[in-house]
Design a protein around this ligand. Structure first.
Ligand SMILES: [Cu+2]
Length: 459
């Protein structure tokens, strides 16, 4: 761990403001270089950027109502920061370099300390040049436990990854800013896996009841998932419990950054195939997370699970009276950026493209100095995102969860990331109850880097 230690010590000298806290108790989370065997053994190992040397990073776990404290130590040779995805967090801890904090330089550190108001499945990841940093491995799960755990036998975190690896060298393909990728569907990989393994599996007994926490940490891949040899219910989305468990009868769609909590019962006989399958393009279905059924669990099949306890939350009132703010999703291949602005400047689309910008939100390319909207604290906000592009986008709001309002006024479950398909639209409604500067961006990370990033101010 030589480089890490040197980086840590360099941080001591570089950060006088942090000195009183340095070395005093707060546990570190070190972003640094490591090497892991992502591809099958016949291929070379992969140099990665990772938290505490593992891909994905350590599962961080804390009780609801508790507090998480971690000192990010930057042992990389580029600046970085951490975003705590889905946490209703103090704005100063949100980790967005350039909006809520300065990027943490190499050798330096940053103390993150925040309360955890909601139980559920969350994650943390780099938020500087994230299209590259997350693709290289800087992501991990953050689990906030309910005070009364559900009636399950096991709790498993399944962090889904999608890696683009050069099979000759084992290295990640270094084309993070390739215009062809950015202007189309984003960076998709040639190897998928769970918890850093292409052949992830766990073993379970028949009738065993598992909670599976699925997290899509991919840059751009939308996963279509199905249960094999399992009977299951969706019990939470993006960390937030559903009012009632919903039986899984069809394909589950998991867009980048989204989470699904499932409770599943193993129904397969010992030796039969079970697990989470994924739609593998033209190849039909592949196995993403295999469950080897090793025998009969002591229990018999159980009834439908009880709902998870709800998180504390303000009702969304006054929706019909609230103004609708339009944020059309624009640009990309085949549609272009005509009429879009870059932070108030009228820049021709050719100039934008030369600057690696391909997308706009409401005519604005990239993070501007002015917010998309300024909301009063406690106000009900409605933002309508019509997708005028030919690609899907996974739109993520920081700091607050929203519901998707259907055209007939029906409200969907609480989420922090919504998948908006081409020629479709999503109207999100939320109570602007968390003061600060909150990003609203596409979580296809290459899209975010090339224009699909904006923000709202809650004052
Ligand atoms: Cu997008």
């Amino acid at each position: 761990m030589g480089p890490t230690r040197r980086g840590f010590c360099a941080g001591l000298a570089a950060l006088p403001l942090l000195r009183p806290a340095f070395g005093q108790g707060m546990r570190s989370l070190t972003a640094g270089k490591a090497t892991v065997q992502l591809a099958p053994d016949a291929y070379p190992a992969t140099p990665v950027w990772a938290y505490d040397g593992t891909l994905p990073g350590t599962v961080l776990r804390a009780p609801q109502g508790g507090r998480l404290e971690r000192r990010l130590v930057n042992a990389l040779d580029v600046p970085t920061s951490i975003h705590w995805h889905g946490i209703r967090i103090d704005n100063a801890m949100d980790g967005v370099a350039g909006l809520t904090q300065d990027a943490v330089p190499p050798g330096a550190g940053f103390d993150y300390a925040f309360d955890l108001p909601d139980a559920g499945t969350y994650w943390y990841h780099a938020h500087v040049n994230s299209t590259e940093q997350v693709a290289r491995g800087l992501a991990g799960a953050l689990i906030v436990d309910e005070s009364a755990p559900p009636d399950i036998d096991r709790d498993e975190v399944l962090m889904i990854g999608d890696w683009l690896i050069d099979p000759d060298t084992g290295s990640f393909v270094d084309n993070f800013a390739a215009p062809m990728t950015l202007s189309h569907g984003g960076r998709t990989g040639n190897l998928v896996g769970v918890n850093g393994r292409h052949d992830f599996s766990l073993s379970a007994g028949r009738n065993e009841r598992l909670r599976l926490r699925l997290i899509n940490s991919a840059n751009a891949r939308i996963f279509g998932l199905r249960l094999e040899g399992l009977r299951g219910w969706t019990v939470a989305l993006d960390g937030m419990p559903l009012a009632e468990p919903v039986p899984v009868t069809d394909m589950l769609v998991l867009a980048p950054a989204q989470r699904i909590d499932l409770i599943v019962d193993v129904t397969a006989e010992p030796g039969a195939a079970a697990g989470i399958g994924f739609a593998d393009g033209d190849d039909g279905w592949g196995m993403l997370a295999a469950i080897e059924v090793t025998g009969h669990s002591a229990t018999v099949a159980r009834d439908r699970p009880a709902p998870l306890p709800p998180n504390p939350r303000m009702q969304i009132g006054g929706i019909e009276a609230a103004p609708v703010l339009d944020m059309p999703l624009q640009g990309g291949a085949m549609r272009g950026l005509k009429g879009a602005r870059f932070d108030g400047q009228d820049m021709g689309w050719r100039e934008l493209v030369r600057n690696g910008q391909f997308w706009a939100l409401a005519g604005q390319v990239g993070l501007g100095t002015a917010p998309f909207a300024t909301l009063s604290r406690g106000e009900t906000a409605r933002i309508r995102m019509a997708n005028d592009t030919i690609f899907p986008h996974a739109m993520h709001l920081h700091g607050m969860h929203f519901r998707v309002r259907a055209p007939d006024g029906t409200l969907g479950p609480l989420r922090d990331t919504v998948l908006v398909m081409p020629n479709d639209m999503a109207e999100i409604v939320f109570v602007a109850d968390n003061p600060g500067k909150w990003l609203l961006h596409c979580h296809m990370l290459g899209h975010a880097a090339s224009g699909m990033t904006n923000w709202v101010m809650v004052a």
